[in-house]
Design a protein around this ligand. Sequence first.
Ligand code: ZN
Length: 249
Amino acid sequence: MNADLEKLKRIIAGSDNIVFFGGAGVSTESGIPDFRSADGLYSESQAPRGSFEPAYPPETILSHSFFMSHTKEFYRFYKDKMLYPDARPNDAHYALAELEKQGKLKAVITQNVDGLHTVAGSVNVLELHGTALRNICMTCNECYPLEKIITAEEIPQCSCGGIIKPDVVLYEEALDPSVMTKATKAIYNADALIVGGTSLNVYPAAGMINHYRGNKLILINKSETPYDRYADLIIRESIGLTLKTALLR
Ligand code: ZN
């Protein structure tokens, strides 16, 4: 085991209020690509040929106004690029669930909407961007599982006739303030903060990390982040392998 992993192991062993903050990189090891690397959607009249640019970039499609005005096209992209119903948790998800069971880890804060932390057994999961596993009728607030979205022909509809919307935070939409508050408090109170699989470039990730007051900031990310200079430990390896190895006795 190399020196960085040994250090991570020591930090984990000596901490009883660890908080994990994760992004898309946690789920790429489950085969879910970062949507920011996805191509956008071609409009109906503009089929992809040659060097044509997509008609809409992902950030446009995944916006509130696009959902309201182009619901069918939203769902075409969403089902194709955002949903991975067969994806399973990886070693990172399982290691974090295990740390929580041991009483060491107090919260998982995630920017992912795949629900894999919960599937892996984590209990205190703060999903900043919501979850694709929950879908709500815009008319009567009835809740539907992911299955309802996957099996819908085009636009998923409630039994009341209303349109069902995934409980994920779209561009132009505000984050749930109660989730934000819980996440901020958890970070503020953490003795060790492990940040993994995020470049910390996307709101609100960067701002939230600023609430950490401790001296055990661990960054596990394959590329550089703006927070590297504040980190007490930087690991550029696979997050699944890193966390799994750090938990080995
Ligand atoms: Zn309804």
